[in-house]
Write a protein that binds this ligand. Structure first.
Ligand SMILES: Nc1ncnc2c1ncn2[C@@H]1O[C@H](COP(=O)(O)OP(=O)(O)O)[C@@H](O)[C@H]1O
Ligand SMILES: [Mg+2]
Length: 554
């Protein structure tokens, strides 16, 4: 409670703005108090802040801009390019000094109006209640002090108050930007860096000037997940309810100052249509994996760190029929499946500072088998005990998908049979497909490198590569004949090879139609799969009539 009060008090006196822009020259400038305190306005406003004119300053070019909204406050994000590369600029309307002064008054009054208990701050649901209470109080105060305020200005000011008092300030806008995957506050005074899906790492024009603020933000995050970050406990790894993951390291452990890393949960993940259009895979491999998922084959997704294993796994999971119970187990929530699926996402929990409350991957894996799942998705297979349970699950008729750290199909097998996983080689025949992902760091591309099956030679497992990627031609080609995969599908389904081929052709036709019509979001793909599994004739009709509106969410 004390700490919260002091945090709120600290915010009563925000740093004064270094530049006072003249509103006439800045359309973004918000000044709504001038009709009331005209005279103060004129006293406070300094002369127009002129950009010094550098003759040889590199010219900046706007390459993209869009609006962002957090808590009702709207700002603009601009990607600016100069000779040194792209920079991410956030343009937040400046609040004029008189309005600032009024906001500070409102802030003081809000603090005395609202009393918050620790429980309310740590419980996500009560957090929303506090927020609504704050908003309601703030509206009353603002309207009393600024009668006739424009609704959008009011919204902006309230958003700012909420962000400064309960949130992460300007960082809230970056968190709301769907184009960003990661946000790093390196230390106070240094520009915040962001990882953009499109442009990679970018420097921003936003800095957190005070070390104290970074510590405060770390505290806010810690409280939201019921943890603590202190001098004695200077590391925080928090998974927010939104799926975002936040890590904080305080000074002096980070010798440069305290630092926060935010890894955002992908809200618009890659789908299979994206994976084909960006050439990560092709129609043949996508149709083959679809067939495998439909007929309950077990698939391992391999690759190096950051090669796209989890993303590709996620893109393939909507092929699961909607009435199958799916249980996913991850350390961090990364998977995002369509709402049509019957899906229970579980995440592990690390022990608290007293070493209590841990829920391990193994606990969840063992428990998931009691939940009568049809399909089990394991984020990453890392330890022997997990591998043992996973192979046991395959053996008892569950369909399993997992990622493994290995660069090629033969390496996947070597990885499985050797320490630390130690899976007995004769169990590997339970794996029906191994999809290997590859990341070319130089070119910045990710590809399906190999699609393989596991062949048994006596008691030894060997990789039989069916498809592989040719780097020079940047194409996926047939490499070898399958010896087991189709035979097993035939055995499970009673289909002849000609029928299996027809199935593959039909799947390719559906995928091509989706690509042609840019039907790509998780929601849209979910809808298509739902129709596919419930009424194939109806889906064919939609495609034959080219009835995009039956699916597309636009
Ligand atoms: N096929 C792809 N094309 C482009 N970017 C991708 C692709 N797959 C993944 N990524 C990006 O690469 C990063 C790492 O992906 P992820 O699936 O988490 O890799 P892994 O699970 O192998 O560590 C993410 O930022 C993701 O958005
Ligand atoms: Mg992963």
């Amino acid at each position: 409670m004390e700490r919260i009060k002091s945090r709120l008090h600290h915010l009563h006196n925000p740093a004064s703005h270094p530049h006072n822009h003249n509103p006439r020259h800045h359309p973004h400038h918000i000044n709504l108090a001038h009709h009331k305190i005209h005279h103060i306005h004129h006293e406070i406003q300094k002369p127009v802040h002129h950009q010094p004119h550098h003759q040889n300053k590199p010219s900046k070019e706007l390459i993209e801009s869009y609006h962002l909204e957090a808590d009702g406050a709207k700002v603009e994000a601009k990607m600016m390019k100069d000779s040194l590369g792209v920079k991410y600029e956030l343009h937040i309307p400046e609040i004029s000094p008189p309005t600032r002064a009024l906001m500070n008054e409102i802030r003081n009054e809000l603090v005395s109006l609202t009393s918050i208990s620790m429980k309310e701050l740590t419980d996500p649901e009560s957090f929303e209640t506090i927020k609504s209470r704050f908003i309601a109080d703030a509206i009353k105060l603002i309207r009393a002090k600024l009668p006739g305020i424009e609704p959008n200005v009011e919204k902006f000011l309230i958003g700012q108050l909420i962000q400064e008092m309960l949130g992460l300030g300007k960082i809230e806008f970056l968190i709301k930007d769907p184009a960003l995957e990661e946000i790093v506050i390196p230390s106070s005074g240094e520009p915040i860096r962001v990882y953009s899906k499109k442009y990679g790492w970018l420097e921003t024009n936003i800095r957190i000037e005070k070390e104290e603020d970074i510590v405060n933000y770390s505290n806010i995050i810690a409280r939201r997940v019921g943890k603590q970050i202190t001098v004695l406990n200077p590391l925080l790894d928090a998974h927010l309810i939104t799926g975002d993951r936040i890590n904080a390291v305080l000074y002096p452990i980070n010798t440069k100052g305290s630092t926060i890393t935010i890894r955002k949960f992908a809200r618009d993940p890659f789908t299979i249509v994206d994976m084909i259009t960006n050439k990560t895979c092709d129609l043949n491999t996508a149709a083959l994996i679809w067939l495998a998922v439909e007929y309950e084959m077990n698939i391992l997704f391999s690759g190096g760190t950051g090669s796209g294993k989890t993303s590709f796994l996620n893109a393939c999971m909507p092929f699961i029929p909607p009435n199958h119970r799916i249980i996913s187990i991850e350390d961090t929530r990364e998977l995002m499946l369509p709402e049509f699926l019957y899906w229970t996402p579980l995440v592990t929990r690390t022990p608290n500072s007293e070493g209590k409350g841990e829920v391990s991957m193994l606990d969840l894996l063992v428990n998931s088998l009691r939940m009568r799942p049809d399909r089990i998705i394991l984020g990453e297979m890392r330890r022997e005990a997990e591998a043992r349970v996973l192979f046991e699950a395959m053996h008892t008729g569950h369909s399993v998908y997992a990622t493994v750290h290995a660069d090629t199909a033969p390496e996947t097998i070597a990885r499985l049979v050797n320490p630390p996983l130690n899976v007995p080689a004769n169990l590997l025949k339970a794996i029906n497909l191994n999809v290997v992902m590859f990341r070319d760091r130089k070119k910045g591309i990710r590809r399906v490198l190999q699609v393989a099956e596991v062949q048994m030679e006596k008691e030894n497992a060997k990789a039989n590569i069916i498809y592989r990627w040719l780097p020079d031609a940047d194409k996926i080609v047939k490499h070898g004949e399958s010896t087991r995969f189709f035979e097993e599908i035939g055995r499970n389904t009673g289909m002849q090879m000609t029928e299996i081929d027809e199935e593959l052709e039909n799947k390719k036709k559906i995928l091509s139609w989706l690509i042609k019509n840019n039907i790509r979001s998780v929601k849209e793909i979910g809808k298509v799969m739902n129709i596919y599994y419930k009424n194939k004739t109806y889906l064919s009709e939609i495609i034959n009539k080219n009835d995009v509106n039956a699916i597309a969410e636009r």
